[in-house]
Design a protein around this ligand. Structure first.
Ligand code: FPP
Length: 243
């Protein structure tokens, strides 16, 4: 599936949920669940690049996740550092282009540096776009875009009548990416939790009971098959009704 087949998603976005419950089931600390979750990230990224997926976006840390206990936030940050250190070479080898979307100024300076380095190091890569949503919140992203446009209008640089969905989308973190075709959430919750709110307007949603650390290659491929069988109408009538 190296070229884009009609019923394959161009962009899969995943809300990786259930690390804590995975650990609890095993009487392990929550941090152990996050560590296992990092293993799932690794496997899914490998599977996605192997199948030729063009865009994969993973929700790694939400703007609301700062409210978790300090020790858990610290453990998550340590994991992100470890991931950047251990996996960047392989990502470069796999021709992956890395992007991080979110409010990066709130994260520790060394992580900001890692983010910048990873983006710079992969900027010329032409394979899969791997995007981590990190300190990301969809409402905040939309409010930021609205503020920028309002400022431009107030300063006379923009005619409000020219504001279209496309112009608005160009102000979002994801301006370089197509909208997600498929949004997956693991662990049985059926919410978007502030993830890619604008961008998911027409996305197919797939809610799975699998806990994130148990999600791997087979689960990704199955999710893509599930997507391929759906009839996407984008507000029009079904393709069968037209045929
Ligand atoms: C949700 O599980 C997951 C997160 C808050 C963060 C996702 C983090 C990872 C997958 C770990 C490492 C990632 C990278 C990129 C190295 P939860 O804690 O909300 O689970 P629960 O709902 O069962 O408590």
């Amino acid at each position: 599936m190296k070229e884009h087949l009609p019923n394959q998603p161009r962009h899969v976005a995943i809300i990786m949920d259930g690390n804590g419950r995975w650990a609890k089931k095993r009487h392990l600390p929550r941090e152990a669940g996050h560590y296992a979750g990092m293993g799932a990230v690794r496997e899914v990224v490998r599977a996605a690049t192997d199948t030729g997926l063009a865009n994969l976006t993973l929700f790694a840390f939400s703007s609301e996740n700062w409210k978790r206990p300090k020790t858990e936030v610290g453990a998550l940050m340590a994991l992100f550092r470890a991931y950047f250190r251990s996996d960047m070479d392989e990502l470069v080898e796999r021709n992956v282009r890395m992007r991080i979307i979110g409010h990066r100024s709130r994260v520790a300076p060394d992580i900001q540096q890692m983010i910048e380095d990873s983006e710079k190091r992969t900027i010329a890569n032409t394979g899969m776009n791997l995007t981590f949503a990190f300190d990301y919140g969809g409402q905040e992203e939309i409010a930021n875009a609205a503020r920028e446009l309002a400022r431009a209008a107030a300063e006379g640089r923009l005619d409000p009548e020219t504001i279209t969905p496309e112009l608005f989308a160009a102000r979002l973190f994801t301006s370089a990416l197509p909208e997600p075709d498929l949004v997956i959430r693991t662990s049985g919750e059926r919410r978007l939790s502030n993830f890619l709110l604008w961008q998911s307007a027409y996305a197919e949603l797939l809610f799975l009971d699998t806990l994130w650390p148990d999600f791997g290659r087979a689960e990704l491929l199955q999710a893509m098959e599930n997507f391929a069988a759906r009839d996407r109408r984008f507000g029009a009538v079904s393709s069968e009704a037209v045929a």
